[in-house]
Design a protein around this ligand. Structure first.
Ligand code: F6R
Length: 252
């Protein structure tokens, strides 16, 4: 975020419309647009708005999608799998072609081979616009805080705070998968353009640390400061740590 580009909206709904308009620009400006996509509650207003644009005439048949991550052990038919989420919120509501959809296979017998396969997919489809949410601990994709951030697609043990946070989508905390496949930070940083979205007061502290703090591997989203074209899309609650009383962006 060498040029910090921050947009603060009154509601996630308004933010979603803005991000969908950014996606439309990318989609209209090239024959083979590639969108890197996230799951979780944050991007839902964006998907709703993109579906809205599609219903108003935006053709998505040339779009390739590459999802960030998937739980290990959940089949695509499981309601909490990320494949299911994407079909429900975006794919089944648009004309994105099934053959253009890429999500890591969390059911693969050979997870190492699956990670290598996914890196090949990313190599063949460099990402034009990467949509990111952020975990309360600063994770992007499922690149969790650690001494080291891995560049390639890999299997990750989810941190206890991530399991706790994601338990809201499951009946019991024991049902939350403990492992996932995630795209690495290299693929994220190689995207032409990145949009980091965050809503709600629980994200305010980590947004301030990611945008204004040091670049550190234990705050994975802070590495986005190294990218030349990032837009941080917030609501007022998630933005509250970024500005002083007079509304000026705080110093780094
Ligand atoms: C999901 C993903 C995660 C989420 C993050 C925030 O594909 O990559 O990094 O973006 O856990 O989740 P929500 O939006 O549910 O707060």
């Amino acid at each position: 975020m060498q040029t910090v580009n921050i947009r603060v909206f009154d509601t996630p709904h308004d933010a979603g419309i803005y991000v969908a308009a950014l996606a439309e620009q990318v989609i209209q400006s090239r024959p083979d647009p590639v969108l890197g996509l996230a799951t979780g509650s944050t991007p839902i207003p964006f998907y709703d708005a993109l579906v809205g644009l599609h219903r108003c005439g935006l053709d998505l048949s040339s779009v390739t999608t590459i999802n960030l991550d998937e739980y290990i052990g959940l089949p695509p038919t499981h309601e909490q799998s990320y494949a299911y989420f994407m079909h429900r919120h975006l794919f089944s509501r648009t004309n994105i072609r099934p053959e253009n959809i890429h999500i890591p296979n969390g059911m693969a017998d050979d997870l190492v081979a699956e990670c290598a396969r996914y890196d090949d997919v990313i190599r063949q489809h460099p990402i034009h616009l990467q949509i990111l949410g952020i975990g309360v601990n600063g994770h992007i994709g499922f690149n969790e805080p650690d001494d080291l951030l891995l560049s390639k697609t890999h299997v990750v043990e989810l941190r206890p705070e991530t399991v706790r946070s994601n338990a809201r989508f499951f009946e019991r905390i024991e049902d939350v998968p403990r492992r996932a496949i995630t795209m690495g930070v290299q693929a994220i940083l190689q995207a032409d353009q990145i949009v980091l979205m965050a809503f709600g007061p629980e994200k305010a502290d980590i947004i301030a640390r990611s945008v204004l703090g040091e670049v550190r591997t234990d705050v994975p989203a802070s590495i986005l400061q190294l990218h030349k074209r990032v837009t941080v899309v917030l609501d007022r609650a998630s933005a509250q740590g970024l500005f002083d009383e007079s509304g000026r962006l705080r110093e780094k």
